[in-house]
Write a protein that binds this ligand. Structure first.
Ligand code: ADE
Length: 415
């Protein structure tokens, strides 16, 4: 089961979410704090984006690319444009538009992104229906509607009338169309749940200050209901998706541009660690493995536990100079330069069936060198087994193209 990204612009809009978030892990990316955890039993990533379209766009893209959420819910408050809406009512998005996008001078319609056909960004039909169903169940007044977005806080009646008359908007805010646009570009479903905090008129700033917090409660109730229903619809199973959700992504580590997939958060999670090992035991228990060979250093953790559960011995492949007895060595290429790994010469007997284990396969350089070491000693490689594969870096494919079987429990995009 996938993850839902939840975005709000202000702390008031997210307070309730964070207070109910279980097993919370924080990651800071580009100054935004992302909270991963469980809400209503579902994996979510929550972020306060701050006001305005740039903030909302950046956070949406990070949720999609970095956290690999499979849908986004934007939650918070808005100013009413539809005269039927009262403070505390809800608007659940059908579509969104940038009301401040104006390239009429270039021959484009107001709201249209110049040189594209984009103007109205449709949001998820399914999530909208779930939102409306949730509102009904909770006895909250809600309509489906059009949300207009601009980098402006609207307080003038003439502007409000103009937005209603020309764009048929139901409410106005400063983020939704940006989220919907990013989601459309990435083909990720999204929905916006806005509760009315003011009527976008001369007293909007006063009403906003007074009602933003209480109005946010209504959005929260709907979002929570959508999330828990989603869980009911898709029965939760301890699958590899759960393993994936427990692996933390550390951005710009060990150097800028790298998204480091950190399995320490999976290892410290009793259920996650146990489940990971169980999946591997199930896969290899009937394969007549004689030895598990782990690659320094995280391959030692999964490899040793797996060997013990499979009832086999465990062998270490280490960086050069760390093994005390006689060794055989293999050199391999790094991005800049070379490195060497080695194994004790007596670690493997000719004909031993060997399972090679590491935490992650990237370019596959170390794993290829490890395979050569095992074969130098006469071992037969049953499979190269990883927790994480980074398919964009091609290591698993390279192993397969060289004739080795390779397997990974989860895949992550990016580097
Ligand atoms: N969010 C809440 N009220 C708003 C308003 N009046 N204008 C823009 N964004 C808002």
């Amino acid at each position: 089961m996938g993850k839902i990204g939840i975005i709000g612009a202000m702390s008031e809009e997210l307070e309730l979410y964070l207070s109910e978030l279980k097993n919370s892990i924080q990651s800071e990316i580009s100054t935004y704090i992302f909270f991963s955890g469980k809400l209503a039993g579902k994996s979510v990533v929550i972020v306060k984006c701050g006001a305005g379209k740039v903030n909302a766009s950046v956070c949406s893209q990070i949720l999609i690319q970095g956290f690999e959420v499979d849908s986004i819910i934007f939650t918070g408050v808005a100013g009413a444009l539809n005269p039927d809406l009262e403070i505390m009512d809800l608007v659940i998005s059908r579509d969104c538009m940038h009301h401040d996008m104006d390239a009429e001078a270039l021959g484009f319609e107001k709201g249209q992104i110049p040189f594209t056909d984009f103007k109205l960004f449709k949001t998820s039909e399914k999530l909208k229906k779930e939102g409306l169903g949730a509102a009904k169940k909770l006895g909250l007044r809600a309509i489906e509607g059009r949300i207009l977005t601009g980098d402006q806080f609207i307080t003038e009646k003439e502007k409000t009338d103009h937005l209603r008359k020309n764009f048929n908007g139901d409410c106005v805010d400063m983020e939704s169309a940006a989220v919907a646009q990013v989601c459309q570009l990435n083909k990720v479903p999204c929905v916006i749940i806005r509760s009315i905090s003011d009527k976008a008129n001369h007293s909007a700033h006063i009403d906003f200050a007074e009602f933003a917090k209480t109005a946010s409660k209504n959005s929260f109730k709907i979002v929570k209901e959508i999330i828990s229903k989603y869980r009911e619809a898709k029965k939760e199973v301890m699958s590899s998706d759960i393993i994936k959700s427990k692996i933390r992504t550390v951005f710009d580590w060990p150097k800028k541009g790298v998204m480091f997939r950190d399995i320490t958060t999976l290892l410290k999670d009793r259920e996650g660690f146990n489940h990971m090992i169980s999946l591997l035991v199930d896969r290899y228990k009937d394969r007549n493995i004689d030895l598990v060979v782990g690659i320094e250093s995280r391959g030692f953790i999964t490899g040793a536990v797996l060997a013990n559960r499979l009832g086999t011995g465990f062998v270490l492949i280490r960086k050069s100079g760390k093994l005390p007895a006689e060794t055989v060595k293999e050199e391999y290429d790094l991005e800049y330069g070379k490195d060497t790994i080695e194994i004790h010469s007596d670690a493997i007997n000719k004909g031993d069936k060997v399972l090679l284990v590491d935490d992650l396969v990237a370019t596959g350089g170390t794993a290829m060198a490890a395979c050569k070491l095992i074969e130098k000693l006469g071992g037969e490689i049953v499979e190269c087994s990883f927790v994480v594969d980074l398919p964009l870096l091609g290591g698993k494919r390279k192993l397969e193209e060289s004739g080795y079987k390779a397997f990974a429990l989860v895949e992550f995009g990016g580097h």
